[in-house]
Design a protein around this ligand. Sequence first.
Ligand code: HSE
Length: 297
Amino acid sequence: SSVQVLAPATVANLVCGFDVLGMALQQPQDVMTVRLTEKPGIFIQKDDVYNLPVEPEKNVAGASLLALMEEWKAPVGFEVSIDKRIKPGSGLGSSAASSAGAVVAANHLLGSPFTKEDLVRFAMNGEKVASGVKHADNIAPCIYGGITLIRSIFPLDIVQLTAPPMYVTVVHPQIEVRTSDARQILRKEVQLKAAIKQWGNIAGLVTGFLKNDYDLIGRSLEDVIIEPVRSILIPGFDDVKKRSKDAGALGGGISGSGPSIFMLSKEEYVAKGVEDVMIDVYTRLGIEFKTYVTMIN
Ligand code: HSE
C-alpha cells in the first residue's frame, strides 16, 4: 500500500523567536509518496532536479525514517519519492518538509502507532543531517499546522498557538544560504540589554497572536540579536523590509535562516502590494527571485 502526503513550507523563527517559533504556509508544498515494501529497508528514489543523496543516513527523509524504525522494531520497508517544490536552501523549511512528510506518511502506513510529538522527535534527525543541529521550529508547524511554540526540545514541549487571519508574502531570492553557515556566523554571547528587548518581543508576539491584536503583532516583529548579523547575507533585505512596512505590512523579516524574506499583512491587497515591492527590489538588483502570496496553513 502507498500514501501521498503534502508537506508544507514553513517559516521558522518568526523574527524574534529564534529556534522557538514557526508557522506553516499554504504554499509551496512538497508532494511525497511513500510505499510499504516487502523488503525491509529504506529506498529513496533519486530526484533529477536537486540530486539529493539517496543513502538513507545522509538523506533527511531517510534519517527520519531510520529513527522511526528504531522504535517500531518489527522489520519494515519504505520506498520514498519526493516531488520537491520547496527549494533546498531557501529558508522555507525544505529539509523539514521532507523529514516531516516521510514520518507522517510512514506512521499512517503502519496504522498510526505514533503521536505527533513522536513524529517531531523522529523528524528532528533529518534536521540534524541537514544543518548539524536538531531544531524543531520548522518540523513542529509542518506536522501540527498553524503557528507553534517549541518551549523546549529536550524534552519536547510543543504548544500550538492560535492567531488571527493573516496573509504572508514571501520572496525567495535565488541565492543559496546554508543553514549551517547561517548558524556559524552568529555570536555565542548576547548582551543582557538585547536579551531583554528580545524576550519582550517574543512575549508580545505570542500575546498578539492569542489576543488577535494586529498592532501588538506588528510592534513585536523585531529581532535585535539574529537579524543584524544574518541580513548581511541577503541583498535587498533592508529595502524590502522598509518598503513593505510603508506599504502597510505588519512586519516581517528573514524566513528561517534565509535567504527568503516574509512579511505579514492583515489584508490581502496589502499582501499583494508587498509582493510588488519585493518584485521591484529584486528586479532592480538583477537577482532572480520567486514570490508567494499565501496564508498560514
Ligand atoms: N531556527 C533555525 C535557524 C531555522 O534560524 O537557524 C532554520 O531553518
